[in-house]
Design a protein around this ligand. Structure first.
Ligand code: ARG
Length: 257
């Protein structure tokens, strides 16, 4: 993924890169909280056919997973991943275990206007071959703006990196971050588009999503309000995480094949 590439390119210049995760409090993301698929049964991991985790997703009905459009792009070929190249893993807190359900994908819908994550519309839906037994998460109401009120706390889930240059997490983690104003998000990212995105994070950084969390859920008030999309580094001061503003895309069903 492009963000992973950017992060990798920075590795040599980060004096903390070789430090143990415990020695780099500033670079810690996801706030250090373990989560489980018992509390978040709708949080799913996307893997390739070899079982390599590459993104997150959210079960929004028994047969549909919401994720990021950029997760469906194959970074090696530049093409789209085909349905048979994607597995949906549900009910597996620790990806080293064999718990839960492995779902096959029948169809991939990518937002037709998606080009790259910095220009928005970073949204895709995977149609599952079989319904999943896990409880889905309701999506935010169409056009809801209240859900994105600055200062509202939202929770992000993922198996992504726990520090900017560190490895991905085998176990699901979560972190609480406040939603930012459009103004401050625009200051951080000139490409920011409040129609398709929102930002969340603390001004001082320290808590954030990171590489590998893309496509995964950000939840508020028991609803899926967004999808992990991008960010400069992870948990840096002044560059919050950017999420797809789901309320401006629901209902998704109309667009599905
Ligand atoms: N694009 C990243 C991925 O592939 C996720 C970026 C989220 N970054 C952030 N700092 N919030 O997993």
């Amino acid at each position: 993924m492009a963000v992973v590439g950017a992060v990798t390119a920075l590795a040599g210049t980060n004096p903390l890169a070789d430090a143990e995760p415990s020695e780099q409090p500033q670079a810690r993301v996801l706030g250090g909280t373990s989560a489980s698929t018992e509390e978040a049964p709708w949080a799913v991991a996307l893997t390739d056919t070899y079982g390599n985790h590459f993104c997150g997703g959210t079960l929004v009905s028994a047969g549909e997973v919401v994720t990021a459009a950029h997760c469906v792009e194959n970074q090696l070929t530049g093409g789209e991943r085909t349905p048979d190249e994607i597995r949906v893993i549900a009910g597996r807190t620790d990806l080293r275990s064999t718990e839960g359900t492995i779902g096959a994908v029948d169809d991939v819908w990518v937002h037709p206007d998606y080009r790259d994550f910095t220009s928005g519309d970073d949204l895709a839906v995977l149609k599952l071959a079989q319904p999943m037994p896990q409880r889905p998460l309701p999506m935010v109401q169409p056009g809801d703006t209240e859900a994105y009120r600055p200062g509202t706390t939202a929770r992000v889930y993922g198996w992504g990196r726990t520090s900017e240059n560190g490895p991905s997490s085998d176990a699901l983690r979560s972190v609480d971050v406040p939603i930012n104003s459009d103004r401050s998000c625009k200051d951080a990212y000139p490409n920011y588009d409040n129609r398709s995105m929102f930002c969340a994070g603390f001004p001082e950084g320290g808590k954030d999503a990171c590489a590998g969390d893309s496509g995964g859920p950000i939840v508020s008030d028991g609803k899926l309000i967004g999808v992990v999309s991008y960010g400069t580094g992870c948990g840096r001061p002044g560059t919050p995480g950017v999420y797809t503003r789901l309320a401006n895309y629901v209902p998704l069903a109309d667009d599905l094949p």
